[in-house]
Design a binder for this molecule. Structure first.
Ligand code: NAP
Length: 296
C-alpha cells in the first residue's frame, strides 16, 4: 500500500504550520512542504509528483495550495492544472488563507436555516456580504450568487465593490450582484441601510477586529433571518455577536460567530484532504468545498 503523500505548495516564504497539521490529522502520511512557491517554480514540483507513481497509484499523491496571498495562490493553482496532461495528474485543493474553507462553512451554516438548496426559494432571498471585497467575502458572495440569491457586496469603496461584482459576474452566469458603499455617506445616502433592511442573510467578512455593522445598523435589519460574523478578533464585525455563538436564537434571528463557523470549516478542510486521496483527478475550489460541506 503506497503512503499518502501531500505536496504542500505555499506562496509564503514558510509553508503554513496550520495547513500541515490539518493535513496530517486528515490522513496525509508524508508531507512535502514547499514555501515561496511561484507558478514557474510549481512546474518542476508538480512534475516530480506526476512522473513517480503511475496510473491508479497517482491517487496516493495530492497537492495542497495555500498561503496568505490569495491571488498568488490562484496563479499557482492555474499553473498546476496547466502542468497536468491527460490522465497524468493529481488531485489538487486550493485554500489560501483558509478563504475557501471559511466561505463554504459560512454558506453551509446559512443553508441550515434558509432554503438555499432549492433554486426557486433561494432566488427569493437577498444577502449582504460586509467586507465583501476580501478573499473570504468574495468567495461567500460567489457561492451565494451561484445558489441564486441576490447578493450585495458592501465595501468602503464603491469602485472596489463594483470590481468584485464584475469579477463574480464573469464567473457565475446569471449572477444578481450589486455593490454598495458602506457605511452610508453623503455620496450614497441610505443605500447601505436599504440593503441591510432588505436582507434575509448578512455575512460579515471584514478584516479582523473591525466592526462593520453596529447595533444601530443591526436594528435596521428587520427582515434578516441569519447573521454570521466571521471575525474572531474583538470588537465583533457585527455588534452583539460573540465569537462562540453557534445557531444562537436572538429573537427571530439566528446568529453565528467565527468560532461557531470554525468547527464546520475544520471539518470541511479535513474532509477535503481525505477526498484528495480518493482519486487522482479532483480539483477542489470553493464550490467543491461547499459540496463537501453540504454532505457532512
Ligand atoms: N473563522 C475562521 O476560521 C476564519 C478563517 C479565515 C478568515 N477568517 C476571518 O474572516 C474575515 C475575512 O477574512 P479576509 O482575509 O477576507 O479579510 P481581509 O482581507 O483582511 O478584509 C476583508 C475586507 O474588510 C475590509 N476592511 C479592511 N480593513 C477595514 C477597516 N479598517 N475598516 C472597514 N473595513 C475594512 C476591506 O474591504 P474594503 O476595503 O473593500 O472596505 C477588506 O477587503 C476576517 O475577519 C478573518 O479573520 C476566519
Amino acid at each position: 500500500m503506497l503512503k499518502r503523500i501531500l505536496i504542500q505548495l505555499d506562496c509564503d516564504p514558510q509553508p503554513s504550520t496550520f495547513d500541515s497539521v490539518v493535513a496530517v490529522d486528515a490522513g496525509a502520511e508524508v508531507l512535502l512542504r514547499h514555501g515561496g512557491v511561484t507558478p514557474a517554480a510549481a512546474v518542476s514540483l508538480v512534475h516530480g509528483g506526476m512522473f513517480t507513481r503511475g496510473g491508479a497509484d497517482l491517487a496516493a499523491t495530492a497537492i495542497f495550495i495555500g498561503g496568505s496571498d490569495v491571488e498568488a495562490a490562484e496563479a499557482v493553482f492555474r499553473q498546476v492544472q496547466k502542468t497536468f496532461f491527460g490522465p497524468v495528474r493529481m488531485s489538487v485543493l486550493l485554500d489560501p488563507a483558509g478563504a475557501n474553507t471559511t466561505a463554504s462553512a459560512a454558506v453551509v451554516a446559512a443553508a441550515r436555516h434558509l432554503p438555499l438548496g432549492d433554486p426557486q426559494s433561494a432566488a427569493r432571498h437577498r444577502a449582504v456580504v460586509l467586507g465583501g471585497t476580501g478573499p473570504v467575502g468574495q468567495r461567500v458572495a460567489r457561492l451565494l450568487a451561484r445558489k441564486g440569491l441576490a447578493v450585495t457586496i458592501a465595501s468602503r469603496s464603491l469602485d472596489r465593490g463594483r470590481e468584485v461584482c464584475e469579477r463574480i459576474g464573469r464567473q457565475v452566469q446569471g449572477a444578481r450582484l450589486e455593490a454598495v458603499a458602506s457605511p452610508d455617506s453623503a455620496a450614497t445616502p441610505g443605500l447601505f441601510r436599504a440593503a441591510v433592511e432588505a436582507a434575509d442573510l448578512i455575512i460579515a467578512a471584514g478584516a479582523a477586529g473591525v466592526t462593520l455593522l453596529d447595533a444601530a445598523g443591526r436594528s435596521c435589519a428587520g427582515n434578516v433571518k441569519v447573521l454570521i460574523d466571521l471575525n474572531a478578533v474583538p470588537p465583533a464585525g457585527i455588534e452583539g455577536i460573540v465569537a462562540a455563538d453557534k445557531a444562537k436564537m436572538e429573537g427571530v434571528q439566528i446568529v453565528y460567530g467565527a468560532l461557531g463557523i470554525g468547527g464546520t470549516k475544520m471539518k470541511i478542510h479535513r474532509a477535503a484532504i481525505m477526498r484528495l486521496f480518493e482519486s487522482n483527478d479532483a480539483v477542489l475550489d470553493a464550490e467543491e468545498l461547499l459540496a463537501i460541506g453540504e454532505k457532512l
